[in-house]
Design a protein around this ligand. Structure first.
Ligand SMILES: [Fe+2]
Length: 370
């Protein structure tokens, strides 16, 4: 896996110094609140740029086609993606698919191969998705979510500017920090976890637990800590991918319009204690004892004495965030259960049957009054 260079504004200037023209992908809100220093810096260095902003929050293949069309009209030395996961994922898709032209997505998605060597610089404007640290991207084709993956999609460099987080609405701050925390937790127990991924996840959790209250209180000196935690969480899932919590959460966002991290937190709050009670169904090759040790380690990282207390502390954090809890109809439960991606489930260390998933969705509603 490649190495990402972490940049400050000073090192960014050196990094882009050889470039003549760059292609910037940036949503309108980030353009207004986060880009002035970066654009000033490029102008002062005589680097010209074009900005592409015509993409949706859940980027589609049509969005990427528009970006590729613009990108193909000129010679660019680098792509700079500024924003949350969406802008960074569009940047990754432009890099991956620009040599293949537009349209014919059926075939392009079948034979994902990145040949383009153009550097990709990511500047995250939230602290959550971790897209700046992963070699995969999410894109919607004909309304269906597709995950594209290639090691070349890992950004070459990441520029952190904590000031970008100050203008985020509180709900978005809560949801993104819970997404990053969810990445750390799921990565930690994933069947693909390694010593290294666990270390990324542990450090991410420790930073979030120490700083999240101040961060949500608007103490801006914690912003870059949160960006670092989200980046580490991204590095962790880049090794392990996410597990059942994310697999269960995706449909909640489309059915109820919840932010992704909100949906993940609702699912993890019921999933974690259920997993501790069901280690007999362990499917991690390292065995049940190893998995129970992992739950104990997670509890210790959360400052708790035993596994269940760790899960409960997490539940209290989610409760403290006061997120809306949906009421599901029986039909909703069926739709939600059918939506769960089996591939993500296969990363989970405990096998979930259909009835387990249904019961967990019902369990989400029991937390309504908290
Ligand atoms: Fe996530």
């Amino acid at each position: 896996m490649g190495c990402i260079e972490l940049l400050s504004y000073d090192s960014f200037r050196d990094y882009v110094a050889p470039y003549k023209k760059v292609f910037i992908i940036c949503g309108y809100s980030s353009l207004a609140s986060c880009c002035s220093d970066l654009l000033d810096s490029l102008r002062l260095q005589g680097i010209s740029y074009d900005i592409f902003s015509e993409f949706t929050p859940n980027p589609t293949t049509e969005d990427v086609d528009r970006a590729i069309e613009m990108f193909s009209n000129d010679n660019y030395d680098a792509i700079i993606s500024i924003g949350g996961g969406s802008a960074i994922d569009v940047g990754k898709c432009v890099k991956m698919f620009c040599h293949m032209g537009t349209e014919d997505w059926e075939n392009k998605l079948k034979s994902v191969k990145c040949v383009e060597k153009i550097p990709l610089i990511a500047m995250p404007t939230t602290a959550g998705s971790g897209a700046e640290a992963t070699s995969f991207a999410v894109i919607y084709y004909s309304g269906v979510k597709q995950s594209v993956s290639a090691k070349e999609l890992l950004p070459n460099a990441v520029l952190f500017d904590g000031r970008c987080l100050s203008s985020l609405p509180l709900y978005q701050k809560k949801a993104t920090v819970l997404d990053a925390l969810g990445h750390c937790i799921e990565s930690y127990w994933s069947v693909h976890s390694t010593k290294e991924s666990k270390s990324f996840a542990e450090t991410g959790i420790r930073i979030i637990l120490e700083k999240f209250e101040d961060y949500l209180d608007g103490k801006s000196e914690t912003n870059e800590d949160m960006q670092r935690a989200a980046y580490l969480a991204g590095k962790a899932i880049n090794v392990t991918k996410t597990t059942a919590g994310h697999a269960m959460a995706y449909k909640l966002t489309t059915l109820y319009g919840f932010a992704h991290g909100h949906a993940v937190a609702l699912c993890l709050r019921v999933l974690w204690p259920w997993m501790i009670r069901n280690t007999a169904k362990c499917c991690d090759e390292r065995g049940r004892e190893y998995l129970e040790g992992t739950f104990d380690e997670l509890a210790t990282i959360f400052g708790c004495k035993d596994a269940m207390q760790g899960a409960e502390r997490y539940g209290k954090i989610v409760g403290w965030a006061s997120l809306a809890v949906p009421r599901f109809s029986e039909e909703d439960i069926s739709v939600l259960t059918n939506s769960v991606n089996p591939l993500r489930m296969s990363n989970n260390p405990i096998k979930l049957e259909r009835a387990d998933i249904e019961n967990l969705y019902r369990g989400i509603m029991e937390n309504e009054s908290r």
